[in-house]
Design a protein around this ligand. Structure first.
Ligand code: SAM
Ligand code: SF4
Length: 337
């Protein structure tokens, strides 16, 4: 691996000229659900001793903000199962308006009813909640044991607390494809946004993802027959392409990593709960920020960040084919989806 020539305290620009403004943080690889497309039923999680302390996560996040990151997302695993995560939210919330434009979270919603008011108080304005089905039996099947009422209660609590909600829904053939149009209608009714996601080949699960894979252009064609969708040029700096449901507050996002590559505009990197910085979701290149910080403090942390940016791959190379191995061995829950 080459050595990064960039001096420290420079803005975060990778060797392909992309400026990094967005850090996603997996605060835990653990989860209280076992969504079939995400995890195997029996997962081995990291020992607690391997994790970054919340204090270390905060120091690293603060350093990224000092170097130009304007958006932080807490994810996992399920971020709200990590004890004391509220303290981290409060601390990072202080950066909002002080270098940081947005602090946000992706959650499965099971504990959102409890946390939503504190999240809003801390400065979070928007939250993504995963909801692959509103049908109790299907939801239980997809998540292997989840209770959809709990998640719907969490979503309602988030709305009551003043948080804007975006629903994340992974399109799954034979499981929820027929629920996508009703989900969009429900989002319109509730004033939520909806992002549809193609299932990605990350980590081994108990089935072959090809069996459930749905290309989103097929979904989109079906939706245009039922909804008046207007292209929306909103740019979150992320992978989604957006449409507005005409005459409503609801924006529809399509995240199509398999059928529409979006790497040219990539502005993000990802920190795992054990302190590894992955510069691409679909590659194994990483640098160990935990060791850098513990052994060498902020200067070594900066050097490690620069090295990761220098080596950030130009693009992912996801393919989903029958019997093919996942693109990378780690699950989305490790890298922070
Ligand atoms: N537990 C939280 C949740 O479910 O929202 C946060 C972590 S989860 C890994 C983040 C997002 O990644 C969720 O919307 C989930 O549906 C999505 N996801 C997980 N595994 C995926 C995969 N293999 N392909 C596509 N999306 C995936
Ligand atoms: Fe847990 Fe989120 Fe993965 Fe589902 S998608 S198993 S809720 S980490």
């Amino acid at each position: 691996m080459a050595t990064a020539p960039t001096p420290q305290d420079q803005p975060l620009v990778d060797s392909h000229g992309r400026t990094i403004r967005y850090l996603r943080i997996s605060v835990t690889d653990r989860c209280d659900l076992r969504c079939r497309y995400c995890m195997a039923e029996k997962m081995t999680f990291l020992p607690r001793s391997a994790l970054l302390a919340l204090e270390e996560i905060a120091i690293i996040a603060e350093r990224f903000v000092a170097r130009g990151v304007t958006k932080l997302r807490l994810s996992g695993g399920e971020p709200l199962v990590r004890r004391d995560v509220g303290d981290l939210v409060t601390r990072l919330g202080r950066l909002v308006g002080n270098g940081l434009d947005e602090l946000t979270m992706t959650t499965n919603g099971t504990r959102l009813a409890h946390y939503a008011p504190a999240m809003a108080d801390a400065g979070i304005r928007r939250v993504n909640v995963s909801l692959d089905s509103r049908d109790p039996d299907r939801f239980r099947f997809i998540t292997r044991h989840g209770d959809v009422a709990q998640v719907l209660g969490g979503i309602a609590a988030a709305k009551d607390a003043g948080l804007a909600v975006k629903i994340n829904m992974v399109a799954l053939g034979g499981l929820n494809e027929d629920e996508i149009a009703p989900m969009l209608a429900w989002c319109v009714d509730q004033g939520h946004d909806l992002s549809l996601i193609e299932t990605m080949p990350l980590g081994a699960i108990d089935e072959d993802r090809i069996d459930r894979f749905v290309p989103l252009h097929r979904v989109f064609d079906a939706l245009t027959g039922q909804f008046d969708l207007k292209r929306d040029l909103h740019d979150s700096g992320g992978p989604a392409r957006y449409w507005r449901v005409a005459g409503t507050a609801t924006r529809l996002g399509l995240i199509s990593p398999l059928t529409a590559n979006f790497c040219d505009g990539c502005n993000r990197v990802r920190l795992t709960t054990e302190g590894k910085l992955y510069s691409c979701l679909g590659h194994d290149d990483q640098v160990d920020l935990k060791t850098a910080l513990r052994d060498g403090g902020i200067a070594a942390l900066d050097e490690a960040i620069d090295l990761a940016l220098f080596n950030k791959p130009a693009r992912h190379d996801f393919r989903i084919e029958a019997g093919s191995a996942p693109a990378v061995a780690r699950h989305m829950s490790v890298t922070g989806g």
